[in-house]
Design a binder for this molecule. Structure first.
Ligand SMILES: C[S@@+](CC[C@H](N)C(=O)[O-])C[C@H]1O[C@@H](n2cnc3c(N)ncnc32)[C@H](O)[C@@H]1O
Length: 275
């Protein structure tokens, strides 16, 4: 399947094909080990407390050996390999064919090829039967997609007892949203997002809730807010990053401020209301 060039999917495929092709990933970083909780080709994820977010995903989907899981927008395949190492049988899809190639290589290197199937596929038009999966999950993908289509597709392919959870960028912090719209491409800050991205805001979460029968709720195990200042070149050093992380840990103390985190986990559970 190849996405038509002038569609959102075509632009996404082109953008992410280029990102993956230009990434100088070493085999030793691509290899995912059984206990790994972040992608070693993206070392900054450790600093961003990614492991805590991933644990929320695993807990919410009730990850266990033998379950069938779908990974949407799998990118370079870290999540798919991590799920497979924990015994899941994983189908993982991405619109970028270069990403899917990288995933297959990664699965081989990580000894999980027999538990993973990678497909070039559009998340908004899944080529899977109804009620196929125990869980659907993903990381940093929902904000690239038409959420209404996704809600319907996730619901359709999940089994009645299915669960889903997505690590996602949120737009609930007005300061971060302002920075996001003004800073990339200036002051030495790299533009790292494609044109068709919209972080989750309250209206988008409410829209998802309307189309999803069970409870849709965000979870914020940590706050990643000041740490986004690490994109500023003068803060991108050990001292600067340490200060920013300490600020976040202090800022996170009142629970209501956690929604100001740059990213969180969106949980969409079916079983509260049933299918
Ligand atoms: C920000 S990247 C995240 C990749 C990976 N999940 C990760 O966490 O590293 C977003 C991914 O979504 C994919 N994507 C965007 N739109 C898509 C669509 N309509 N269908 C399938 N994949 C899509 C992109 O190709 C890209 O690999």
């Amino acid at each position: 399947m190849t996405a038509a060039k002038h569609t959102t999917q075509g632009r996404e495929a082109e953008f992410w094909d280029e990102v993956v092709e230009s990434a100088q990933d070493r085999d030793e970083d691509l290899r995912v080990f059984p206990g790994d909780m972040f992608d070693r080709t993206m070392p900054w994820l450790k600093y961003m407390d990614f492991a805590d977010y991933l644990q929320v995903v695993f807990d919410n989907i009730g990850l266990r050996p033998g379950m069938r899981v779908l990974d949407l927008g799998c990118g370079k395949g870290f999540l798919a390999a991590a799920l497979a190492h924990r015994g899941a049988n994983v189908d993982a899809i991405d619109i970028s064919s270069k990403s899917v190639e990288r995933c297959r290589k990664r699965a081989e290197l990580s000894d999980v090829a027999e538990r993973t199937n990678f497909h070039v596929m559009d998340c908004e038009n899944l080529a899977f039967e109804d009620d196929s999966f125990d869980a659907v999950c993903g990381s940093f993908v929902l904000h690239h997609l038409d959420l209404e289509k996704i809600a319907k597709e996730v619901f359709r392919v999940l089994k009645p007892s299915g669960r889903s959870a997505f690590i996602e960028t949120f737009g609930l912090n007005p300061l971060l949203m302002l920075a996001r719209s003004t800073l990339p491409g200036r002051f030495g800050i790299e533009k790292a997002s494609s044109e068709d991205e919209y972080p989750l805001n309250r209206a988008r979460i409410d829209k998802l809730q309307q189309h999803f029968p069970g409870k849709v709720s965000p979870a914020f195990p940590r706050v990643v807010f000041a740490r986004m200042g690490g994109y500023l070149p003068f803060m991108n050093n050990m001292l600067g990053r340490g200060i920013l992380k300490t600020f976040d840990r202090t800022f996170a103390v009142p629970a209501f401020l956690r929604t100001w985190s740059y990213y969180g986990v969106l949980k969409m559970n079916m079983e509260a209301d049933g299918k």
